[in-house]
Design a protein around this ligand. Structure first.
Ligand code: PMP
Length: 296
């Protein structure tokens, strides 16, 4: 992630990653009481560095902090400008960017009067690789929205993600698929999902999932490509009856599934709707129009 030259943004300043410090009494370290974002920047077709959906990500960071009653005194435009400077200082164009808002020293559960912010960036290949995934229905459910602010991207929620992902890998799969408290399909540990059936896409309705920015982008792409898509609740049985399926997320981008548990998807990936969306997404992030030959 970093070497001796890497700098991070820390509370308004740029400091060497290796020399940056934080408080061991932070409420965030002990209780997972932090919020963060996962953002990507790309070298565009024109050669510039562009942070994809920067405003949407920093707005979600603010919404996540507010959902957890964290003081949030940061300005979205200033954070975006700082992020561009961070990329420049680290000589990065294609990067993964990780802002985190964390709490001061507090061994209790009280509300804090301030928060801190750090932003790190590094080069990162697609999070789930570039090969079709063998996915396993997790024995873990996603956190119940009655016990968590599940729409917030909170550090503590990711203990659930880590357990699910580790379980899947220990059983020889590539990634997990988690259900919600009602037994409906929710999402992966770090990505939303879609499946294709009879020429149409389906994705879990909002409510028990992280409202993914890539999920929203996929919905926009579907509109542009005239692909019918429905947001609804469904079980893993519906996914196993599908023609194809894929995960989408900032880190993972768009990546197809080979199978869910013992069920292999019948459609060859390059003839799926997911493949068309994957191509459109990879054009969009580098500033090209979704459809080849059509001006934006
Ligand atoms: N669900 C979870 C649990 C995630 O961690 C992520 C990654 N942030 C996503 C979905 C996808 O969200 P996004 O497209 O905004 O990266």
């Amino acid at each position: 992630y970093y070497d001796g030259n890497t700098v991070i943004y820390l509370n308004g300043q740029f400091v060497k990653a290796a020399e940056a410090t934080m408080d061991f009494y932070s409420q965030s370290l002990h209780y997972g009481y932090s919020v963060f974002e996962g953002i990507r920047s790309y070298k565009t077709a024109a050669g510039e560095t562009r942070i994809f959906k920067a405003t949407e990500h920093y707005q979600r960071l603010k919404a996540s902090a507010q959902a957890l009653n964290m003081p949030y005194a940061y300005d979205t435009d200033e954070l975006i400008a700082a992020t561009y400077e961070l990329l420049e200082r680290n000589n990065l164009q294609d990067a993964y960017i990780r802002p985190i808002v964390y709490a001061p020293a507090n061994m209790g559960f009280q509300v804090n009067t301030a928060s801190f912010i750090a932003i790190e960036a590094w080069q990162m290949a697609p999070f789930l690789g570039d090969k079709l995934l063998r996915v396993m229905t997790s024995s873990f459910e996603r956190p119940n929205p009655k016990g968590f602010k599940i729409h917030a991207k909170a550090g503590g929620h990711y203990v659930n993600s880590i357990l699910a992902s580790q379980e899947a890998k220990a059983k020889g799969f590539d990634e997990a698929l988690l259900t919600d408290m009602n037994g409906h399909v929710a999402e992966g540990p770090g990505a939303n999902m879609f499946y294709e059936k009879d020429g149409k896409l389906f994705t879990p309705a909002l409510g028990n999932i992280l409202p993914g920015i890539t999920r929203a982008t996929v919905l926009e792409i579907c509109k542009e490509l005239d692909i019918e898509v429905e947001e609804k609740f469904f079980t893993t049985d519906a996914v196993k009856d599908a023609d194809s399926a894929f995960f989408c997320g900032t880190a993972a981008e768009v990546i197809g599934w080979q199978s869910l548990d013992d069920t292999i998807f019948p459609k060859a990936w390059n003839s799926t709707l997911g493949c068309r969306i994957q191509e459109a997404y990879s054009r969009l992030v580098i500033g090209l129009p979704v459809q080849e030959g059509v001006t934006a």
